[in-house]
Design a protein around this ligand. Structure first.
Ligand code: SF4
Length: 396
């Protein structure tokens, strides 16, 4: 099984009101100390989990705002991962960039550092929406960033876009999607704005109910997005992710395929299969300063870790796999967990198959068009059955 490596860069120029990512505003981020901490954690985890021979197929710098980091630091981290792990020669190396933080020289330097996939957090192509979202960039910055990226030699470019903003109708969203398509990205991630607990947006929503789209409108926006992008030759390979042929994000697809991943940095998580069929998962300390202090010590800066039993891991593999348009590959699941998904979670899955929300096609269990809207409910049913199995196992 391939291994994916994720490096979290937790610093941002501003904390957007809707954001629940592990991001922190620091006037002068401690880059040197953070880099040393990342390398110390990498060395430790490679040793501890015996990863030096694992085939690494992707490396992803996410955030936060990784484009704030000095390109030389990113280059040294790419080198360290390549030195300590068995990386594929042409591995996908992604960097998330905020369009308001990039210059032509900087993007060239990131390209030279080994980055071969750029993910631009555009979010909207409407300046009034960008202001409402508290983004530090404008629509013009997005156009320039795409131009700079192409000049720097990036041939694999993603744009993150957000729909379902207050008061937004389907036509406005589709017009914006058409504008985004004129930039000819190889990949688009289209996420619905969600009000996450403990964000400033959540308290704004509580005090002045925002005119957010209802479920029906949000669903029709998603369906129209899939239709419009299919017309433009994009494959909907996951619920919210679309690519031109050959440009699906291998890194994120690794999560949905339930591959192992090594997470490095403040608040990052990692997951490894265990020999009894379950998984081991850890999450690091979220505060950059605490992470830096802890990474200097041994054991590494873990804030929380857990072992999941085989039925808990299998339930996660089902709900993640169902997010993929292709679905969950039954034979692969069977060889990983010793049973087919229907044998293991028939009680939870069968009613959804009977109702036409799930179907088995060409060795895959997948959500139908109707089932797309019900993925959360299906996941809840599978997790509930797995919890019941765990409780019975624990009683045994
Ligand atoms: S730029 Fe992204 S990570 Fe940073 S605060 Fe805004 S939404 Fe969060």
């Amino acid at each position: 099984m391939p291994l994916h490596v994720y490096v979290h860069v937790p610093f941002c120029p501003h904390k957007c009101h809707y954001c629940d990512f592990n991001s922190h505003v620091r006037p002068s981020p401690p880059w040197d100390a953070y880099e040393q901490a990342l390398i110390a954690e990498l060395e430790h985890r490679v040793r501890r989990h015996g990863l030096h021979r694992r085939r690494v197929t992707t490396l992803f710098f996410g955030g936060g705002t990784p484009s704030l980091a000095p390109p030389t630091m990113i280059g040294r981290l790419v080198d360290a991962v390549q030195r300590l792990c068995s990386c594929e020669k042409d591995m996908e190396i992604t960097l998330e960039a905020n369009p308001g933080t990039v210059s032509p020289a900087q993007l060239e330097a990131f390209r030279e550092a080994g980055i071969n996939r750029l993910s631009l957090g555009a979010q909207s192509l409407d300046d009034s929406q960008l202001r409402w979202l508290e983004r530090v960039h404008t629509c013009r910055d997005i156009l320039l960033a795409v131009d700079y990226a192409r000049q720097a030699g990036f041939h694999n470019l993603n744009l993150d876009l957000m729909y379902g903003l207050p008061g937004q109708g389907c036509d406005h969203w589709l017009d914006m999607l058409e504008q985004a398509l004129t930039l000819k990205p190889e990949h688009l991630s289209c996420y619905q704005l969600t009000v996450e607990p403990h964000t400033r947006l959540a308290s704004m929503h509580q005090h002045h109910a925002l005119a957010l789209p209802d479920e029906d409108l949000a669903l029709s926006m998603l369906r129209e997005t899939r239709r419009r992008l299919a017309d433009h030759g994009f494959l909907a390979y996951e619920v919210s992710n679309f690519s031109t042929p050959g440009h699906a994000c291998q890194h994120n697809d690794g999560y949905w395929l339930y591959h192992d991943y090594l997470g490095l940095g403040a608040g990052a998580s990692g997951k490894f299969d265990t020999s009894d069929g379950g998984i081991y998962r850890y999450t690091n300390r979220r505060s950059p300063e605490q992470y830096i202090r802890a990474a200097r010590k041994s054991p590494p800066p873990t804030a929380f870790d857990e072992y999941l039993r085989i039925e808990q891991a299998a339930a996660e593999a089902v709900w993640l796999g169902l997010r993929r348009s292709e679905g969950l590959e039954i034979r692969r699941f069977d060889s990983r967990f010793g049973h087919s998904p229907m044998d293991m979670f028939g009680k939870a899955l069968a009613p959804h198959v009977e109702a036409g929300s799930l179907e088995i096609r060409k060795h895959f269990l997948r959500a139908t068009e109707q089932g797309l809207a019900l993925l959360d409910d299906i996941a809840a049913d599978v997790l509930q059955q797995s919890a019941a199995m765990t409780a019975t196992g624990a009683a045994d």
